[in-house]
Ligand binder design. Structure first.
Ligand SMILES: NC(=O)c1ccc[n+]([C@@H]2O[C@H](COP(=O)([O-])OP(=O)(O)OC[C@H]3O[C@@H](n4cnc5c(N)ncnc54)[C@H](OP(=O)(O)O)[C@@H]3O)[C@@H](O)[C@H]2O)c1
Length: 251
């Protein structure tokens, strides 16, 4: 076998939101690097399509479920073997100007983008389903830094998710030797972006703000997630990685 410090050979990785976009690309790329992949999402047909695209050499599994439903979340956790990696990726987009925000908007976005990844992580830890030296990646967003329009609820949920990651690193890592990191993508060409109410002209104009003059691809994000899952990142924990084609340009 050729030398590859980023190999996921023999690792079992759970990826939420794998029926689409970043989660789908991450699942496929992880499987190509030797991982046994467990994928989950609500839409059975789209999840099956990801499953069919996985490297057939692995021992893969799919579980349909809505992570905002306690019973689905518990069923997922109980059906899992011990895993080496968890990618908390499932999420929804939401834009609304601050003056129009209602409590139900907060609940809607926070349930999927914050409560579910926290509860999934905590359930897996309680049931000892994450192996020693395991790696957990939270998919936050560049929006957590307050950079996008009418995105306060979404950005707030994603900022809280990154903050939760830091507390996992403080409380859990010293005891269990599990690593926790967050990634903060800029705009990535997926259904999530297509579902926003921007016109093609607005999107083209927005892309010009990016030094790389394009949005990210799901694979651009998948490769960074894979790095954090791999043993090549075995001394990286408690970190936030911005993957945004340079748009934030943070010093
Ligand atoms: N695209 C971007 O520009 C961008 C930028 C920064 C961060 N992100 C973050 O990256 C992650 C993936 O986004 P994406 O762009 O790949 O979006 P996407 O293509 O819309 O995929 C979202 C995934 O989340 C799943 N999902 C949503 N609600 C769920 C629920 N209640 N239970 C279980 N699964 C659920 C969806 O599956 P089903 O519909 O089958 O349930 C789908 O697989 C999200 O957390 C998003 O906030 C995206």
């Amino acid at each position: 076998m050729s030398y590859n410090p980023y190999s996921l050979n023999g690792k079992t990785i759970l990826i939420t939101g794998a029926s689409s976009g970043i989660g789908r690309a991450t699942a496929i790329e992880c499987s190509k690097l030797g991982a046994n992949v467990i994928i989950t999402g609500r839409n059975a047909e789209r999840l099956q399509s990801t499953f069919d695209a996985l490297n057939p050499n692995g021992n893969h599994m799919q579980v349909v479920g809505d992570l905002t439903k306690q019973e689905d979340l518990e069923l997922l956790v109980s059906s899992l073997p011990v895993i080496d990696g968890l990618v908390n990726n499932a999420g929804i987009s939401f834009t609304k100007p601050i003056g129009f925000i209602k409590k139900e908007d907060l609940l809607h976005v926070y349930e999927t983008n914050l409560f579910s990844p926290i509860l999934l992580t905590n359930n897996l830890l309680k049931k000892k389903k994450i192996a020693k030296n395991g790696s957990v990646v939270f998919v936050s967003s560049a929006a957590s830094f307050g950079c996008s329009n009418a995105n306060s609820i979404y950005g707030g949920a994603k900022a809280s998710l990154a903050s939760f990651m830091h507390y996992c690193n403080k409380e859990i890592t010293p005891v269990k030797q599990i690593r926790f990191n967050a990634i903060h993508p800029g705009m990535v060409q997926t259904e999530l972006v297509e579902n926003l109410t921007f016109t093609a002209e607005e999107i083209e104009k927005d892309m010009q703000r990016y030094p790389m003059k394009r949005y990210g691809t799901p694979q651009d994000i998948a490769y960074s997630i894979i790095y954090l899952l791999s043993d090549a990142a075995s001394w990286i924990t408690g970190s936030s990685l911005i993957i945004d084609g340079g748009v934030l340009n943070r010093a």
